[in-house]
Structure formats: structure tokens, C-alpha cells
Ligand binder design. Structure first.
Ligand SMILES: N[C@@H](CS(=O)O)C(=O)O
Ligand SMILES: [Fe+2]
Length: 198
């Protein structure tokens, strides 16, 4: 039997999300992301490394219903605390271990100090190879990072619906800033397996 590779996953995601994501197919999408077992042969040539920040490489625009991308986390790199506006964020570790800190979405009305209030951490977890995480704004906001001093990390992310900006939150004041979410590389125009990505 042929291996369930990244192309197989991309084709299945295109079918599953042909009409977009609803509460009914969240489980199936998570299942497909879990079914694929990480194999560097599938994505090594799509890696991009920076000494400055983690990089974002777009694989598939999913006919406008989702964005599938690979993120490369050099040693010690992390994201700011941020949300995923009205989107489901599925994250699967392909290489290394990533650490996630989950925070309560700040509620400025409950903050008594005009200088702002510290972000409240709800949870802390590690995701090893092939673990799949799911987060929405209902769960909170998060920060992801590669805490290793030695090993790099690579993750596969699916956001549905896609978004082009998100909000980041200051650790000490909870102050919110809108930031554009760009790509460092874009492979979405290339053909993948039996389907061509638009
Ligand atoms: N949501 C972040 C990555 S992570 O920290 O979940 C991004 O798309 O860049
Ligand atoms: Fe995120």
C-alpha cells in the first residue's frame, strides 16, 4: 500500500473542506492531520530558516476556504501571544518539540489599572512529533515556541477560514495590536499530487 504522504493529506483536506469548515467536520480534519505521519521527504525542500524569526511557508490556499502552511522554528524562536481571528487553528508537529502557552483572552473591563493588566496563563503544553493541537479564540489566545537550544522544530498549520491579520497581546499590559500575517515563501500555485493548488 502506498504511503499516506503529504500530497495524500493535501488532497483529502481539499475534499473534506470543499465547502469550508463547519463544526461537523472539525473532527475529520483533526483526524486527517493525525493520519499523516511526519516524513521529512515530504517537506524538507519547503523549509526556510531565519535567524531573526520563525518563518511561514504557504502550501495551499484551499480554494479560499483554508490556508495550509509549514512553519520553521529555529532554536529559541517563539511567536508573540496572539489570536486566530474567527478561525480554527490546527497545528501538527513535524519535527522537534513545540511548546504552547495558552492565555485567557484579555477582558479590558475587568482590568482596574489604567496601565493595563498582565496576561493570564491558563495552560502550558508540549507537542511532540505527530501530535495535533486545535485552538480557536473561544479557547483563548496563545504563544508557540521552540524552547530547544539545540534542535530546530517544524510545524504544519491549517487555518480555516484563512486570515491575513491577527492581534498580538503585550505580556505585561495585555495591550492589543493588529499585525499583518505575511508569508516568507509561497508554494500554493504549484501542483500537488493529483490536484493543483489555486
Ligand atoms: N498562529 C501563528 C503560529 S503559532 O504561534 O500558532 C502563525 O500563523 O504565524
Ligand atoms: Fe497561533
Amino acid at each position: 500500500m502506498s504511503r499516506y504522504d503529504l500530497n495524500s493529506l493535501q488532497s483529502d483536506l481539499r475534499k473534506e473542506l470543499g465547502n469550508g469548515l463547519t463544526e461537523e467536520n472539525v473532527k475529520s480534519v483533526k483526524g486527517l492531520m493525525s493520519r499523516y505521519k511526519s516524513d521529512p521527504r515530504d517537506w524538507k525542500d519547503k523549509e526556510k530558516w531565519s535567524d531573526v524569526k520563525y518563518t511561514r511557508t504557504l502550501l495551499d490556499k484551499g480554494n479560499g476556504h483554508y490556508n495550509l502552511m509549514i512553519l520553521c522554528w529555529n532554536v529559541g524562536q517563539e511567536s508573540p501571544i496572539h489570536n486566530h481571528p474567527n478561525s480554527h487553528c490546527f497545528m501538527k508537529t513535524l519535527e522537534g518539540v513545540v511548546h504552547e502557552e495558552l492565555y485567557k483572552k484579555p477582558d479590558m473591563t475587568s482590568c482596574q489599572c489604567s496601565c493595563g493588566c498582565k496576561m493570564k496563563k491558563i495552560d502550558d503544553r508540549d507537542y511532540a512529533i505527530d501530535n495535533v493541537a486545535l485552538i480557536t479564540d473561544k479557547d483563548g489566545v496563545h504563544r508557540v515556541g521552540n524552547r530547544s537550544h539545540v534542535d530546530k522544530a517544524v510545524t504544519l498549520h491549517l487555518y480555516s477560514p484563512p486570515f491575513t491579520t491577527c492581534h498580538k497581546y503585550d505580556d505585561d499590559t495585555s495591550k492589543e495590536t493588529e499585525v499583518p500575517m505575511g508569508f516568507d515563501q509561497d508554494f500554493s500555485g504549484r501542483c500537488c499530487g493529483t490536484s493543483c493548488c489555486s
